[in-house]
Design a protein around this ligand. Structure first.
Ligand SMILES: NC(=O)c1ccc[n+]([C@@H]2O[C@H](COP(=O)([O-])OP(=O)(O)OC[C@H]3O[C@@H](n4cnc5c(N)ncnc54)[C@H](O)[C@@H]3O)[C@@H](O)[C@H]2O)c1
Length: 358
């Protein structure tokens, strides 16, 4: 069946903020492959997790333009709007690592995740010509569910953020709600669960474990290792975001998940299996403060209203992801060389262990 004009992204200019990160770079590839006549402007500050290597293959594509800039600087955002006149906006730009928000500091999180969203909302409001702005948020804003319950986060679940990262994301989400209610800004907010796939900065669980395996190091589990997340492949998330851009109702909120709850220990065991290693390669470290126990997503609304569902089979997509990191050692090396990847929680624990001869 032919797509309706309003449902295609051909002949549109999409401003992607934070497109050099993990999900943003997958999204840009996904859109350019699917829509031969879409134009993309990628506004990214290139923080430690922003990586133009992720977009190397399309750097010369005439449909794609990279602009270095900071969403927390109103002038940077206003200039991009004035110069490229986007019809659609999607924001991935964020400070995203919970451990950093705890151990390194929260101020950058407030700047980017709250002030940055405010600047984008102002630009969308002032432009008056944006068809849709999608603010990519997280299930972490809803807080934590007990392990022994069947409850899931719904769109109307109250925010109960427990760490600075999720608190700042919730702040951005509330601004979106306010701008829609007050000025009818056509914004859609999404709450997605944990993503996995290629190009993820190796501070996050799956590439972190994979890189440790490649370096012959044990896999550290926080606390008892039983914290649960609902894992979704990044391209399933991208397909949901595409539908939010084309068909999402202004002012609406959509939860995105995959009904695929796994504990950190289960993830670690799957990674060990891919490397032919046994459980002696697991090690337990003190838990992270404020560590949410379980996230689970009810994605019935986006399924019913926009016809989306996750398509990838987990085991196969997970194996494909590990294979991608194994086959791209140069990508890993360049990231490590450029940013000296570290995990502040693990590094603090290692220092404590060495000092106290544990
Ligand atoms: N990774 C997940 O599992 C997950 C799940 C749900 C929601 N999200 C959300 O999706 C979005 C993208 O996450 P990700 O995992 O791709 O993150 P990421 O850390 O890989 O990428 C973030 C990108 O934003 C850019 N950036 C940071 N601050 C900026 C600023 N002030 N101005 C412009 N660019 C800036 C970085 O350079 C980087 O390219 C985030 O908003 C995150 O909250 C992520």
């Amino acid at each position: 069946m032919a797509q309706k004009a309003s449902e295609t992204l051909n002949d549109t200019t999409i401003l992607v903020c934070g497109g050099a990160g993990f999900i943003g770079s997958n999204f840009i590839h996904y859109i350019l492959e699917k829509y031969p006549r879409a134009r993309i402007v990628n506004l990214d500050k290139l923080t430690y997790s922003g990586n133009l290597d992720n977009l190397r293959d399309i750097a010369r594509d005439r449909r794609y333009k990279f602009v270095k800039g900071d969403i927390a600087e109103a002038g940077d955002v206003a200039r991009v709007f004035a110069r490229y006149k986007p019809s659609h906006v999607i924001n991935f730009a964020a400070e995203t690592h919970v451990d950093r928000s705890i151990h390194v500091g929260s101020l950058e999180f407030i700047r980017t995740n709250v002030q940055g969203v405010f600047n984008i909302l102002e630009a969308v409001k002032n432009s008056g010509r944006i068809k849709k702005y999608v603010q990519v948020s997280t299930d972490e804003v809803f807080g934590s569910l007990p392990l022994n319950s069947k409850n899931k986060f719904r769109e109307d679940t109250a925010f109960a953020a427990n760490v600075p990262y999720s608190a700042t994301k919730a702040g951005g989400d509330l601004l979106c709600r306010a701008y829609h209610t007050t000025w009818k800004v056509p914004v859609v907010v999404t709450h997605c669960s944990n993503n996995y796939g290629p190009y993820q900065y190796p501070e996050k669980l799956i590439p972190f474990f994979t890189v440790r395996m490649l370096e012959g190091k044990k896999l550290p589990l926080y606390g008892d290792g039983r914290n649960v997340r609902d894992w979704i492949h990044v391209l399933d998330h991208c397909a949901a975001l595409e539908l939010c851009l084309t068909k999402g109702g202004p002012g609406e909120v959509y939860n995105i998940g995959a009904d695929n709850e796994l504990s950190n220990k289960e993830i670690a065991l799957l990674v060990l299996k891919e490397f032919g290693r046994d459980q002696s390669w697991l090690t337990y470290v003190p838990d992270r403060p404020g560590h949410d126990r379980r996230y689970a997503i009810d994605f019935g609304k986006i399924r019913r209203e926009l016809g989306w569902r996750p398509k990838r089979e987990f085991k196969q997509a997970f194996r494909g992801t590990i294979k991608w990191y194994k086959e791209n050692p140069d990508w890993i090396k360049r990231v490590q060389k450029k940013t000296g990847v570290f995990n502040p929680h693990i590094d603090l624990w290692e220092a404590h262990r060495i000092k106290n001869k544990l």
